[in-house]
Ligand binder design. Sequence first.
Ligand SMILES: Cc1ncc(COP(=O)(O)O)c(C=O)c1O
Length: 397
Amino acid sequence: MEYKFSKKLAELKPSAIREIFKSLSDPTIISFAAGNPSPDSFPVDDLARLSAEIFENEASFALQYGITEGYMPLREAIAARQKSRFGEGMVRDCDTTLVVTGGQQGIEPACKAFCNEGDAVICENPSFIGALNSFRSNGARTIGVEMEEDGISLEKLEETLKTVKNAKLLYLIPTFQNPSGTCMSLEKRKAVLALAKKYEIMIIEDNPYGELRFAGEDIPTMKSLDSDGLVIYCSSLSKILSAGMRIGFVIAPSEVASKMVVAKQAEDVHTNLFFQMLCHKYMTTCDLDAHIAKINELYRHKCNLMLECIDKYIPADKVTFTRPEGGLFIWGTVKDCTDASFVVKKAIEKKVAVVPGTAFNCDTEAPSPSFRLNYSTPSDEQIIEGVKRLGEVFTSL
Ligand SMILES: Cc1ncc(COP(=O)(O)O)c(C=O)c1O
């Protein structure tokens, strides 16, 4: 049989990260390639106890179909937390909070709601590969806009908004961006909102790392600053509770949320009800703030350790690195270089896995001088040994 696959998927490459994962079956490889939360960050005992309670008292409800919008007590708990954490503007009277299957699923229905085949989604370049692939698989073009130290280039963004036809969405990760780890400044957030209003384009604010701040001060989310119904806010409990439970959420203007519900219904009917109930129980009976504080302490330690090792082992005249105040990633850029794919190859020879910057490009053919390192998953010993080996890649150049 000659399979005649759709054009949509023919142009979609398998995620470079998933491909790298395949090569990680070798236990001697030190991986800085993951984007996973640390296994030490899961509150296993509390979740086991609460799971037993649900099965004892509410089993038939938990095992039944639920509604597409999500389990109402969890939607309310999420809305209340977002308001208390990021301000009243997070959920306005005209907004609806939805539960989705991981933050990833907030992105897909937003694209379906706004983009026709061939429409454009403007993205930071580099950006999160899961979102880029979601736009592509929905037939949208991904148009990259250059990043600066404090977020997307305003000048280039306006140029793009003026010139690109049928741009329907602006996809941004303003806080601890994946892959670069950088944060968009408050001034830029306000200026981007003003541009979105001027050019009448919806913003997806993707914020899965917003609560993972271990240094510096919070910057208001774009959602909390938006009084014009421009922002679809996507986030999840993946990085603060459990990634495997696949509990994400969207806060969007109600008219937009209704369209997204129709798209989600066609995808998976509703998000796993048992895990929605478990998350609700955890959020309302355990100390989530204390739990997140513990995770942030762990990541502060791991990030600082990786940066110390970078300073010690990697020649500063050859590579520059971002110094994040939260999130999971450090972004390395090789000086005077357009294509750093050799770093990935040489690192693998030394049994260290990093992700090539090309994996995050909007233009899948473009080279990248950068690579991404993750510090949340490896042990301290692996961080020290892995960065040391990475240093050898550059000292031997
Ligand atoms: C920027 C960004 N958005 C969304 C997601 C997806 O999150 P989830 O695991 O909740 O689907 C990730 C996961 O790594 C991410 O980095």
